[in-house]
Design a protein around this ligand. Structure first.
Ligand code: ACO
Length: 404
């Protein structure tokens, strides 16, 4: 027999009114971290416009803003920068684990494994105070570029490169990937790329982090959940898919036919559409300009031309009607390609930056924690008869779903 509370839930649940597939528009907390204005295509970190930050700030300062809620003074900025530099190296044991992984391991999976392995080396792992979580957030943010670049070099049979304390976060990341100190422009572009990926409200990966943290697990486990969630092609993995599509299209003249065929077959074009933005994603606009400038500087504009043609057709066909515009993932892959970065590192780069937003959300949520525990709408049978195994008739095993 169901309890009165259970029966009441079943009755309400059966009305279907409580179901929110994909949690569309469900608000799970009040937050001061970022504001996404989906109608006007604006993004603010702690009240600061992303376009202003991309132009005037740098990754380290943006990390300070997102974690603390305000602009740092000069000494606060210097202190955080020093800490981010000091925490860059990873234990030899974690490097050994990266060396033991199959060379075919996807970098996102290597990143997940490395963050899991880093956790026990952090002496503050079980301390869930805000102060300790901030120190761990700084450590994780400092170490992720080292993890991604070390794994990339190991899988190519190269030795990992030690971090260079003289270089900023983004420039050092590029240096550790290639072994070559980047130009000022390349360092600036990578830095801006990281700024644009730092934070984006309660998206799927941030929510995954919060769900894990809400059980009072540790912040490393929360970040592992975030990495696993970001990996999917409907989230961070779309940048790789978008580049693959542009390569498949091959030339701007073929873009229109490709898009029209995909739309006719009801296929989604990667790098377009967003659950919140129904206008042009402001991050995509900044990336588009970078792609144009870098492509022209390198004399290699093919991908840019294909991308702008795809965009033109998409906006004409579904843009205004359905509110489908390029998102951050559409142009970002071209920027990385122009840097010579392989496609399977695009999503890890996203994670290298987004760890700031994930950890900010975890710290904010824990200030007024409530275990995340939704319900499911049960549509299966009730009160079934249990038949002893030797009395059951032979039949093919079937698993019924709500759709079968
Ligand atoms: N290409 C073509 N049509 C699209 C696209 C797209 N990329 N995105 C949405 N649509 C259409 C849908 O087919 C649907 O049309 P219909 O109403 O005629 O059936 C309508 O727009 C609404 O689409 P939904 O999928 O319901 O929108 P939702 O908010 O669930 O999807 C999502 C958002 C998952 C991002 C979707 O737009 C998509 O799959 N895009 C491609 C993958 C991608 O770029 N992901 C990265 C998102 S940004 C990020 O995570 C960093």
């Amino acid at each position: 027999m169901l309890s009165p509370k259970g029966a009441d839930f079943m009755a309400k649940s059966r009305s279907h009114a409580m179901i929110s597939k994909g949690l569309d528009d469900i608000i799970v907390e009040e937050s001061t971290i970022s504001y996404v204005d989906g109608e006007r295509g604006r993004l603010l970190y702690r009240g600061f416009d992303i376009e202003t930050l991309a132009k005037n700030s740098n990754f380290e300062e943006v990390a300070y803003i997102v974690w603390s809620g305000d602009l740092p003074t000069k000494s606060q900025y210097e202190e955080l920068r020093k800490q981010l530099v000091a925490d860059r190296s990873i234990p030899g044991e974690v490097l050994s684990i990266l060396k033991l992984l199959p060379k075919t391991t996807q970098p996102m999976d290597a990143m997940k494994a490395a963050v899991s392995a880093l956790a026990p080396f952090d002496l503050e792992l079980q301390n869930n105070s805000r102060e300790a979580n901030l120190r761990k957030s700084i450590r994780l943010t400092a170490k992720l570029p080292t993890v991604v670049s070390a794994f990339h070099r190991i899988r190519n049979g190269q030795e990992p490169i030690q971090p260079n304390p003289k270089l900023d976060h983004g420039a050092n990341f590029l240096y550790m990937l290639s072994g070559v100190e980047p130009t000022v422009l390349a360092g600036k572009v990578m830095d801006t790329t990281l700024i644009l990926h730092v934070e984006h409200e309660m998206n799927a990966s941030a929510f995954a982090c919060v769900v894990t943290a809400s059980t009072l697990s540790d912040i490393y486990s929360a970040v592992v959940s975030g990495i696993g969630t970001l990996k999917g092609p409907l989230h961070g993995g779309a940048n790789e898919a978008a580049l693959k599509m542009m390569n498949e299209i091959g030339s701007p003249e073929k873009a229109e036919a490709y898009v029209l065929k995909a739309l006719k077959e009801k296929r989604k074009i990667p790098g377009f559409g967003h659950r919140v933005y129904k206008a042009y994603d402001p991050r995509a606009r900044i990336f588009k300009q970078y792609v144009k400038d870098l492509s022209e500087a390198k004399g290699s504009t093919l991908l840019y031309e294909i991308a702008t043609k795809v965009e033109e057709v998409m906006i004409r066909e579904v843009g205004t009607a359905k509110g489908i515009f390029p998102n951050i993932d559409f142009y970002s892959g071209i920027v990385y390609t122009l840097f010579g970065i392989p496609a399977d590192l695009f999503t890890p780069i996203f994670g290298v930056a987004r760890v700031v937003g994930w950890t900010a959300h975890v710290m904010e949520y824990l200030e007024d924690n409530r275990l995340v525990r939704p319900r499911a709408h049960y549509v299966g049978p009730l009160e079934r008869e249990y038949i002893p195994i030797d009395q059951r008739q032979e039949r093919k095993l079937t698993v019924k779903t709500t759709r079968s």
